[in-house]
Design a binder for this molecule. Structure first.
Ligand code: PMP
Length: 404
């Protein structure tokens, strides 16, 4: 039995009040909340074994190194990567994407094409535009339909032997659409293109299997899955990571340095210049362990119940429109009330202690597609409840009355 009340006790922040009301946190797609188990891992690190890693002979340094490398193994196991050195610990999704885009600057040439989906977050658009400017490659867009689903027939048409790289998110942060990445990857490989999947929104909901997906690159941020900010994973197939040049130069990523020539360290260190977010990496491992004790199947089932309930209840509100009506979607609801700016609704909800996101959600092309300035986005996690959904629905009704 999924015991949400017991789970909620793991999250101290859920006890706090906002504007005199019990906090109802429905901005999980922006960042998830942190369970005590992860907070404990952070406190333990700074209390007992804070030290720099990899080069130290002293005990603290060895303890920190062991824990950091153990976290890498936890990440590897969770995402089922073949090798631990295929896991690069980054500062997050944005960092991982930029690392790969930088590497492809030495691979792409004029005449090459790269495909991006219409559903992307800015961080999976802008680095590729910069790459195309640098290399003369052309960026083409896989379009979407009015449900917020990618049009796969158009994707098939766009693919050709000119396509070198496809980048697409696993789940859209703005609409919640789950993209058919298995098919996208298979089709891209048939023309010899590599695929980068932005898993930032998928990682709190889906246990993605790197080997089963046969994906070339997969990126996530720990803070989307109960971990801290400033740390994440870039998974890359070994053959690709060997092909790409280092992203940043510095300590940790070298084999030998002289003023004449520097040789680089092997994987994963080649891509991990400088002192990493040691505590963050360790806490990332703790977050993955925590989520696995709840279990991804149970999480998925429970969140779907919340999604279906919230969708049905919100749609009872007059003049409310939901954007993103894909058949296959996760617990994100983007909506607007006719004639009312999303920001005004978000501000009033905050007065009631309800945290939602408003605006373009770093996905302006999606907003342009629907010809709207933005939406109100409620995104649910496994620690939210039906009572919180009821409070949201009643809060939206109140806001509508006040703003009409
Ligand atoms: N891609 C998607 C789909 C996201 O939702 C986000 C975070 N909103 C990002 C990328 C960027 O993640 P980060 O800011 O942690 O690098």
């Amino acid at each position: 039995m999924f015991n949400v009340e017991k789970i909620r006790k793991d999250f101290p922040i859920l006890q706090r009040e906002v504007n005199g009301k019990a906090l109802i946190y429905l901005d999980n797609a922006a960042t998830s909340q942190t369970p005590q188990q992860v907070i404990d891992a952070i406190v333990d690190y700074y209390t007992h074994y804070n030290a720099n890693i990899h080069r130290g002979v002293h005990t603290l340094s060895q303890e920190a190194t062991d824990k950091y490398e153990a976290a890498r193994l936890t990440v590897q196991k969770h995402f089922n990567a073949k090798e631990a050195h295929e896991i690069i610990l980054t500062a997050g999704t944005t960092h991982g994407i930029n690392l790969v885009a930088h590497g492809f600057a030495s691979i792409l040439t004029k005449g090459d094409e790269v495909l991006v989906s219409a559903l992307e977050h800015h961080s999976n658009i802008v680095p590729w535009q910069m790459l195309c400017e640098k290399t003369g490659a052309t960026l083409k867009v896989i379009p979407m339909n009015t449900d917020g689903e990618l049009i796969m027939a158009d994707y098939n048409q766009l693919l050709s032997e000119k396509t070198k790289l496809v980048f697409v998110n696993h789940i859209s942060n703005a609409l919640g659409t789950i993209n058919p990445i298995e098919e996208i990857i298979t089709k891209a490989h048939q023309v010899g293109a590599a695929v980068l999947v932005d898993g930032a929104q998928a990682c709190p909901h889906i246990k993605a299997d790197m080997q089963a997906l046969d994906v070339d690159f997969y990126v996530v941020s720990a803070h989307k899955m109960c971990g801290p900010t400033g740390v994440g994973m870039l998974y890359g197939k070994e053959e690709w990571l060997n092909k790409l040049p280092p992203y940043q130069g510095g300590g940790e990523m070298i084999a030998e340095v002289s003023f004449e020539k520097t040789t680089y360290a092997g994987l994963p260190h080649k891509f991990e210049a400088g002192t990493p977010n040691i505590c963050g990496g360790i806490a990332f491992g703790a977050a993955i362990d925590y989520m696995n004790t709840i279990g991804f199947e149970a999480i998925d089932k429970y969140e779907h119940e919340l999604l279906e309930y919230a969708t049905a209840e919100l749609l009872k509100i007059e003049n409310l429109k939901i954007f993103g009506t894909a058949k296959n979607k996760t617990s994100v609801i983007s909506f607007n009330l006719e004639g009312i700016h999303p920001y005004d609704i978000g501000t009033l909800l905050d007065k009631m202690g309800i945290a939602v996101r408003t605006g373009h959600h770093c996905a302006q092309p999606i907003m342009s597609f629907f010809n709207i300035p933005g939406t109100v986005r409620a995104s649910f996690a496994f620690y939210n409840t039906k009572a919180e959904v009821d409070a949201l629905v009643s809060g939206v009704k109140t806001a509508q009355r006040m703003l009409a």
